[in-house]
Design a protein around this ligand. Structure first.
Ligand SMILES: Nc1ncnc2c1ncn2[C@@H]1O[C@H](COP(=O)(O)OP(=O)(O)OP(=O)(O)O)[C@@H](O)[C@H]1O
Ligand SMILES: [Mg+2]
Length: 382
């Protein structure tokens, strides 16, 4: 607590300032959501709160948080909350505030700005089904668990699977033309799947994909992220090229299986980095082996693929591309993905989770001046 509040009114204001909007994650007082808060002679505080959108799904959460905070103030006998809705003008000024005061018409991608210190990793592979999405959500959850502020863009517009794997079943809400991403396990997630009805297939051509990706990057309110992960569709298609244009400083993480055939196509996927001038952070080999009950390893998909890709990319690119880790097969990886509870959280002691955690540790570094230095812990959700 800071200096003692001089009056009950001040104490009520201070209590309200501790309540964050569940989506924007900033104090409701700072967001101008509190229209008034008055204490009556009966000791009951009447709060008039302006919601960003009518029918805000998080109204109950706000009610509970405000009631708890204000009721704790000495002298308060009760709390009554009346909800209103912001006018279009109020929403616009909130939006300007969130954008840091610049009401620019052009979509600005914060991560592409020169001063941005967010590390952007694009998870790519040559072949489908090698575990890109599983790796993405687990790395995201592991980094968030380490106290980093993490976002994930499901850039696999056709085969979006990230929301399910992360258990992010919330819908994005809009504040004017800003999109508030749902969160799960401390990770902010956005996916085309959140904007389509049910399991409808999306058939989009290159330019629309590009615009969708641009919107995900520019119009979503991500806040100050330490790490942004993008789950790419397999191969070297339109999305990978758009991404290189929109975020030239994004870095590529190549996922492969140990299989020689998979390794070859993974090399090709990684080699586009040479054309787009992107850095390849490293290679992750997934489905490396299955541990049998007697402790021996069964190499279901062969061996050596990850190492081969790393060496070959190092040669092609002319810079060291390390093999960041080998993730064993484990049915719990799939099960955890199916229920939206990544294995790094649901079975952290398992060999697969440990291997994923070790990869996450190598990625938990900020850009530029701090390059190479571990970030250390800082409060999450900022
Ligand atoms: N290490 C692992 N152990 C067991 N199952 C795994 C492992 N990694 C991934 N899987 C499973 O393999 C399947 C494919 O994984 P995933 O969807 O992550 O791959 P992908 O590369 O994103 O596929 P796509 O190319 O279709 O987007 C999923 O059912 C997933 O649960
Ligand atoms: Mg996928």
């Amino acid at each position: 607590m800071s200096a003692p509040a001089s009056t009950v009114e001040d104490a009520i204001q201070a209590a309200l300032a501790t309540v964050n909007d569940p989506e924007i994650r900033r104090p409701i007082t700072e967001l101008d959501m509190v229209r008034s808060a008055l204490i009556g002679p009966d000791g009951v505080v009447r709060v008039e709160l302006l919601l960003t959108v009518a029918g805000c799904p998080l109204r109950d959460k706000l009610r509970a948080d405000i009631t708890a905070a204000v009721a704790a103030v000495p002298g308060v006998a009760g709390v009554e909350i009346e909800f209103g809705v912001m006018s279009p003008e109020q929403r616009q000024s909130l939006q300007a505030k969130l954008r840091g005061g610049t009401a620019s018409a052009d979509p600005v991608i914060p991560f592409a700005q020169p001063g941005s210190r967010t590390r952007v990793y694009a998870v790519a592979s040559g072949k489908g089904g090698v575990g890109k999405s599983s790796v993405t959500v687990n790395l995201a959850a592991a980094l968030a668990a380490r106290g980093l502020s993490v976002g994930v863009v499901d850039a696999d517009i056709y085969g979006h699977s990230v929301p399910r794997m992360l258990g992010a079943d919330g819908r994005p809400t809009r504040v004017e033309d800003m999109i508030m991403p749902p969160q799960a396990h401390g990770v902010k997630v956005i996916s085309i799947g959140m904007f389509t009805a049910g399991n409808a297939a999306v058939v989009w051509r290159g330019p629309m994909l590009h615009r969708a990706l641009q919107q995900f990057l520019a119009d979503v309110y991500w806040g100050d992220l330490d790490v942004l992960l993008l789950d790419l569709p397999p191969g070297t298609g339109d999305v990978a090229i758009s991404l290189a244009q929109l975020l030239p400083n994004s870095e590529i993480l190549v996922v492969t299986t140990p299989q020689a055939a998979a390794a070859e196509v993974a090399e090709r996927a990684g080699a586009i980095a040479l054309q787009t001038h992107q850095r390849v952070v490293g290679v992750i080999e997934n489905m490396s082996w299955l541990e049998l009950p007697d402790g021996s390893r069964m190499e279901v998909f062969g061996s050596g693929g990850g190492q081969t890709v790393a060496e070959s990319l190092s040669r092609t690119i002319g810079a060291q591309v390390p093999l960041l880790g080998q993730i064993p097969l484990d049915t719990r990886v799939r099960e955890a993905g199916d229920v939206g509870d990544p294995i790094v959280l649901s079975a952290p002691e398992s060999p697969a989770a440990t291997a994923l955690g070790q990869v996450a540790d190598q990625l938990a570094v900020r850009r530029e001046s701090l390059l190479g230095k571990p970030l250390g812990l800082k409060p999450a959700g900022r």
